[in-house]
Design a protein. Structure first.
Lengths: 347, 646
């Protein structure tokens, strides 16, 4: 074949293959978009999904471009039976090389800009954020809600529509974990010694899961915690329920029972009558105390705790050191807190 | 008795002696001080003697290298003893096969030693994958306990990487001297040393699995690796010594390429594989130190208490950030500063093989030779600037994510140049579908999956979702198979007749291809799909509720099909081909230098100096000659001039 016939047949092949590429590109883009998506449940997920769909469009196009082109060439320019000899001789085309360097360069730089903007969107601080402190340890999760006063929850409850600012940490001497709720589409590592953060605005009510996403040892596979996104009203009810267990009122009631059941009442009255073996509890909280060693101080929570667990450290002037020193073993932290709450109510 | 004389056997023997010496050295010095032999009385077995075990591991390698004879000539030099350069059987009268189990200075022997050891390691790693993929075939299976599972995936990762590094070493050591018309490498003894140190390194990696295993993945992030079982120490040591091999081997490749090319072979007349091997060597020479060092730092953190990556106790505060000592994220920076460029050093030689084979089987010049050569250099260069994209969720500074995203996306440009140039090479050819060509084409299709799934991991927002899920597993395996495994198989089939003088069975080769390629597509797409449906990376099992059991089953089945197809290749190359047809000097009608000498090649490949007088890929140009042999030998015609144009 002479050069002229080649050019003509090349042009014909090029037109055919371009049409095929276009058809297959449309089919593969539509096909990729039609693949069922994992459920998503946050406003950040909307951005992430959007960017991913944009990627899918480029992937679909490039897939068609390379594969259709290649398969077409392999078919058209295959060596036929009995055919000898070499292919056409051309060594390259600088114009083409520049085109397929510059166009991809423009595309990837555009993706870089889009990538930066979407990153800004998914990490941006929102108004009216609710803080949740997340603590990871091998192999579990703990959630604290400082704003609501809920501590050490083992499941993550979130009100729908309210932006959440997760403050993440891994316990000291622990290992790296990663906080990932697939429906939220974002994740963040928790690193011992390095506080990290993540922002999520859940927008669909439902039940999901936190799954540790960084290999952390034996229990990594099962390092899960339930997540439920609920209405604001349900969330408030949940908070109330959580706090009910540890609310000051409940604690104080528990403390009153302990005062009797643990025998405190034998030495400490709550009526304010003088002459007891130990000081009365009435009006005790916030009062000025004179100690046996000549110093003085205010009866705050810290003082009360010390007095329960190690009373002789701050013995009040005029009383004998007869109180048992074993309450650290006898009473739980919550029981100590309950007694303190009870004392605080005795004004 | 003759077996006992083999270098490999003596090396293992020396290694065991070295191990015992190292162990005794440490324990002995403790006992001298009046300390108990055990460091940690709470642990049982070897774990209680961790520092002694580590030192013993180092002496194991030393003992092995002395035993195998890799340092004998240097020791003789030190004593002023003459060491003739032995090219040929080490001991006259021993079989040709024995050369492969001894220290041998021929780059062709060393190249095959590399390749076979690489295939063995890939086999071990692949077998591990078969076992844990069985567990992942269905949800909530648990016949592999979590700790064993973690050890297996960690070992799978690093043993496969070791296998790839050795495979790369095999291709570079075998092919670079052949392609540039040299009879050997610049430093043959260093070459042998660099190969042999892989063997104790690989043994340490395998032993690591049985002395407690380790649960860190191949990435070995502290603090987990600082707390992992004893096996992690031999994992560190194994990687360290295999890395040392990379550094020494790449030095050799660079010097050989720069100084030993045939007369007339300007840089732009080198076969394009040499360019990619050269780019690879630059990465290996300059980046490998970082993984070696990062692993060494965790190693000494464990046994010497140096807290490089230990954030310490409850001391963190805004004012006094690192009072506890170290920073776990620092490790990740050091680790990925090697391990990202490493990915490019795994794939660049493979992409070079594709570029090398397409012109031969399409009977056409390589389209845009200089662009392809320079794109390898560009990938090598840009590859150094992207490491932190592995750390988008690690807790490093937020703003750093944008520049690293930009540099990462840039990698797409030179990679695209390769794809488009390959298409240009095929266009207008007379394409012949022999097994090596099929694997080169399969490589393009598979590398395309790997390439196209990359950008969503490059842009941060989508990476926040995808990172550390099975999507990454899919992406990575596609790049490794497309960039290394498929081209490596193509190279094995392609140069097999040159190395052995025999032809493999073409039909079985085609069967291998047609089993493996569709299976790989299914496996890869399946991995990507489950990754986007809640399947995390590195978990021993998954919940029924994720509803990905069917896809997982397909991934597992496809994996087994790949495994079986590779066994077919082994049978083809190592059993059937022994009685295969004689191949002749140039069965592929290639223009390359090595195809102009007989198969198998003589001990000194080029008795007469080859002189390069033309372009390497001038297929289809009547009368074009690439190489002439000077002076007495008659000018051997190249493929193109034998067959003529059309």
């Amino acid at each position: 074949m002479d050069q002229g016939t080649h050019r003509r047949s090349y042009r014909r092949h090029f037109i055919i293959v371009s049409i095929l590429v276009a058809i297959v590109a449309v089919i593969s883009i539509v096909g990729l978009w039609a693949v069922p998506e994992f459920p998503s449940a946050s406003t950040q997920a909307i951005t992430v999904n959007w960017l991913f769909d944009l990627h899918l469009a480029v992937i679909g196009f490039l897939f068609a471009l390379v594969m259709v082109f290649m398969l077409y060439i392999l078919f058209v320019f295959r060596r036929r039976a009995g055919e000898e000899g070499d292919g056409d001789h051309f060594e390259g085309n600088t114009k083409l090389e520049i085109i397929w360097t510059v166009i991809p360069l423009i595309v990837v730089l555009s993706f870089g800009v889009i990538g930066a903007v979407t990153l800004r969107d998914v990490t941006a601080a929102q108004e009216n954020e609710m803080t949740v402190n997340v603590t990871a340890f091998s192999f579990g999760w703990q959630f604290d809600y400082p704003e609501q006063g809920v501590e050490k929850a083992t499941t993550l409850k979130l009100p729908v529509g309210r932006p959440v600012h997760f403050k993440l940490k891994s316990l000291d001497q622990d290992v790296i974990h990663s906080f990932y709720v697939a429906e939220f589409r974002v994740k963040q590592d928790l690193v011992p010694g390095v506080p990290t953060e993540l922002r999520v605005t859940p927008n669909v009510e439902g039940a999901y899961r936190v799954r540790c996403n960084e290999l952390c040892g034996t229990g990594h596979t099962n390092m899960l915690a339930d997540v439920t996104v609920v209405s604001q009203a349900d969330f408030d009810a949940w908070v109330a329920e959580q706090k009910a267990a540890v609310s000051p009122e409940r604690l104080a009631a528990m403390g009153q029972e302990l005062h009797a059941s643990q025998g405190c009442i034998a030495c400490h009255n709550v009526t304010g009558e003088p002459g007891g073996v130990g000081p009365t509890w009435k009006g005790l909280y916030g009062s000025e105390r004179q100690f046996a060693d000549g110093t003085s101080g205010v009866a705050d929570e810290e003082y009360l705790r010390t007095s329960i667990l190690a009373s002789q450290e701050r013995l009040v002037a005029g009383y004998a050191a007869v109180m048992p020193q074993n309450y650290a073993d006898v009473l739980s932290d919550q029981q100590v807190a309950a007694l303190i709450e009870y004392i605080k109510t005795l004004k | 008795m003759r077996v006992l004389k083999l270098g490999l056997v003596q090396g293992v023997f020396g290694g065991i002696l070295g191990w015992l010496f190292g162990f005794a050295l440490v324990i002995g010095s403790r006992l001298l001080l009046g300390l108990p032999a055990q460091w940690n009385p709470n642990l049982t077995g070897l774990a209680a003697y961790e520092p002694a075990v580590v030192v013993a591991g180092i002496f194991f390698v030393v003992g092995f290298m002395i035993g195998v004879g890799a340092v004998s000539d240097w020791l003789k030099w030190a004593r002023g003893i003459d060491t003739p350069f032995n090219h040929g059987a080490r001991i006259p009268g021993t079989s040709e096969l024995a050369r492969y189990f001894n220290v041998d200075y021929s780059h062709k022997v060393i190249g095959i030693q590399y390749a076979i050891t690489g295939v063995l390691l890939l086999g071990v790693g692949g077998t591990l994958a078969m076992i844990f993929r069985l567990q992942l075939a269905q949800p909530e299976l648990n016949f592999v306990p979590p700790d064993v599972f973690n050890t297996m995936i960690s070992a799978h990762g690093m043993i496969m990487i070791g296998g790839i590094l050795l495979g790369v070493g095999g291709m570079s050591n075998y092919l670079v001297p052949l392609m540039i018309g040299a009879n050997d490498m610049a430093f043959p003894r260093l070459n042998a040393f660099a190969y042999w140190i892989n063997v104790p390194g690989a043994l340490l990696l395998c032993v690591a699995m049985v002395i407690g295993g380790w649960n860190t993945g191949w990435t070995g992030y502290p603090p987990l690796s600082a707390q992992a079982p004893l096996g992690v120490q031999y994992f560190f040591l194994g990687v360290f010594f295999i890395g040392l091999s990379s550094i020494l081997g790449s030095l050799n490749i660079i010097v050989t390429t720069m100084t030993m090319r045939s007369p007339g072979m300007s840089l732009f007349r080198m076969p394009v594989f040499v360019w990619s091997a050269f780019a690879t060597a630059i990465i290996q020479l300059t980046a490998t130190q970082f993984i070696g060092l990062s692993f060494l730092m965790v190693l000494v953190q464990r046994i010497l208490g140096m807290g490089f990556f230990d954030p310490g106790g409850p001391v963190w505060s805004e004012v006094d950030k690192w009072a506890g000592g170290g920073n776990p994220i620092l490790f990740q920076h050091m680790f990925w500063f090697y391990s990202h460029p490493a990915v490019y050093l795994f794939v660049l030689p493979g992409l070079g093989i594709i570029s090398e084979l397409l012109p031969v089987f399409a009977r056409k010049p390589l389209f845009g030779y200089k662009w392809i050569a320079m794109s390898s250099m560009a990938i090598a260069l840009v590859g150094f600037l992207v490491w932190a994209h592995h750390m988008f969720v690690s807790g490093m500074s937020n703003y750093l994510r944008v520049p690293f995203m930009m540099s990462t996306l840039l990698v797409a440009v030179p990679t695209g140049v390769k794809f488009f140039s390959w298409l240009g090479t095929l266009w207008g050819g007379r394409i012949e579908f022999k097994t090596p060509m099929l694997f080169a084409l399969g490589a393009i299709s598979v590398f395309l999956i790997g390439g196209l799934t990359g950008p969503p991991l490059g842009t941060v927002a989508t990476d926040l979702n995808l990172t550390d899920t099975y999507y990454v597993v899919g992406h990575f395996h596609a790049t490794m198979f497309g960039g290394f495994i498929f081209p490596f198989l193509a190279a094995l089939y392609y140069w097999f007749p040159k190395a052995t003088g025999r032809m493999y069975n073409e039909r079985l080769g085609q069967l291998h291809f047609w089993l493996m390629t569709p299976a790989f597509w299914v496996m890869s797409l399946g991995q990507i799909f489950v990754g986007m449906h809640g399947m995390r990376r590195r978990i021993a099992t998954y919940e029924v509720g994720l509803d990905i059991g069917t896809a997982q089953m397909m991934v597992t089945i496809a994996g087994f099909v790949i495994f079986i197809s590779v066994l077919i290749m082994m049978f083809n190359l190592f059993v059937l081909a022994r009685r295969g047809q004689r191949a002749g000097a140039n069965p592929w009608r290639s223009r390359g230098l090595e195809w102009q000498v007989p198969s198998p090649m003589p001990e000194m490949t080029y008795a007469a100096t080859p002189v390069v007088v033309g372009e390497p890929y001038d297929y289809g140009k009547p009368g074009s000659i690439y190489v002439q042999f000077a002076p007495a030998a008659p000018a051997l015609h190249t493929g193109a001039s034998i067959t003529g144009g059309d």
